[in-house]
Design a protein. Structure first.
Lengths: 259, 131
């Protein structure tokens, strides 16, 4: 049996609350009907959000609900492309606490970003070993004598700053001098900027600021730079010790937004 | 067999070995894009060769470190060579001893003795102490 209630107002028969229907019932508000709750307090179930499908990346035109402070707090949306966001965009990471002979990042440099930021720490298995980096392109590791670098160590146990390491044609970037193998001391903690690796008309640049603990357990502040002389599109990078292995590494790579 | 994949143990996972001139080099895996994998035979050869070179150059590196320390020690007393001060004879002798270090210490065992340090990282060989 169907019936229709026609009334200008619903009110509780007694008290101040009332219930519509029972569990399992479905009430449909047809197309064209306006359900105006703009002056009321509307409580929505959390499943409005949690019941939806999750996405793991955002398109430029994906939308977020906002209350527009310049328009009486009215609800509006803003698209992802207009959000300020951070200037660092996570790309990839590598972590291992078991011995490994190298850490390889393939295709971490793409046309999405011009410049990159790498942050991390590395411990080595044998005191005295150094950390090196080598670049990769679509053909694999770049092993030619095209790497120029220099870094300077400022030791915590000396006022001198004469600890320079440099080369004008190595087959890798040397990033540290001999490190300490104590994992608690952490041989190499670093941040590295990579400048325009995909350019085929300019040299790729590297700038590092790091903390090292040398094989005598003395902490150094390290500042250094490097260039890859051949102008080729560099798409990846690997870190490896001069000898033996890494005992631990935590490395993250970010793309830097242009705006 | 020159190249061999080693069985996993509690401490060594995905290791390989590569033997060059009768010396076996055990090499840990590559951490490639988040995954540990065995090195290929070609990669293991490159790593073993690198390790061999690194070991062979050990004495050279230690001598370079000795020279670096010597430079710092000499710089600390360079001011005594100024015309307005007089360098004590025992300091002159000590500085000459430092200059003669490479000539008087010629093998890795001697280098190790010069580079010995205590648990705090301090050099323990008395030759570094200014008289």
């Amino acid at each position: 049996m169907s019936s229709e209630i026609k009334a200008d107002k619903w009110s509780p028969a007694s008290g101040t609350s009332a219930t519509i229907g029972d569990s399992g019932d479905t009430y449909t508000v047809p197309s064209g009907v306006t359900l105006n709750t703009s002056s009321a307090t509307l409580t929505l179930p959390s499943s409005v959000v949690t019941g939806q499908t999750a996405i793991t990346s955002l398109a430029d035109t994906d939308k977020f609900l906002v209350s527009d402070a310049s328009d009486s707090g009215n609800l509006k949306y803003v698209e992802n492309q207009y959000l300020g966001g951070g200037s660092l965009n996570f790309i990839t990471s590598n972590f291992s606490s078991s011995n490994h002979s190298e850490v390889v990042f393939d295709n971490c440099f793409t046309s999405s970003y011009v410049n990159y930021f790498i942050i991390g720490d590395i411990s080595i298995t044998n005191s005295g070993d150094t950390v090196r980096a080598r670049l990769k392109n679509s053909g694999g590791q770049l092993t030619g004598s095209q790497y120029v670098y220099r870094f300077q160590r400022y030791s915590s146990d000396s006022n001198t700053s004469t600890n320079n390491t440099r080369a004008t044609g190595d087959s890798y970037f040397q990033l540290t001098e001999g490190l300490n193998d104590n994992s608690a001391r952490v041989g190499y903690t670093f941040k590295i900027y990579i400048f325009d690796p995909l350019s085929t008309s300019k040299r790729m640049g590297l700038r590092q600021e790091s903390v090292t603990v040398n094989n005598s357990a003395v902490m150094d502040s390290v500042s250094g730079a490097g260039q890859y002389k051949d102008q080729t599109a560099i798409t990846g990078i690997l870190f490896y010790p001069s000898g033996n292995n890494f005992s631990n590494s935590n490395i993250r790579i970010y793309g830097i937004s242009n705006s | 067999m020159t190249y061999k994949i080693l069985p996993n143990t509690e401490t060594q996972i995905k290791y390989v070995s590569y033997t060059i001139s009768g010396v076996k080099y055990e090499i840990a895996p590559s951490l490639e894009n988040g995954v540990l994998r065995h090195l290929t035979e070609e990669e293991a050869l490159a790593k073993a060769t690198q390790q061999k070179t690194w070991i062979e150059e050990s004495a050279t590196r230690k001598l370079a470190e000795i020279k670096q320390i010597r430079l710092q020690k000499l710089e600390e007393t360079d001011y005594l060579a100024n015309s307005d001060v007089t360098m004590p004879d025992n300091v002159k002798t000590w500085r000459q001893t430092l200059r003669d270090l490479p000539a008087n210490h010629t093998d890795e065992a001697a280098y190790n003795a010069l580079l010995a340090r205590d648990s705090d990282g301090n050099l323990t060989n008395s030759i570094w102490s200014k008289p």
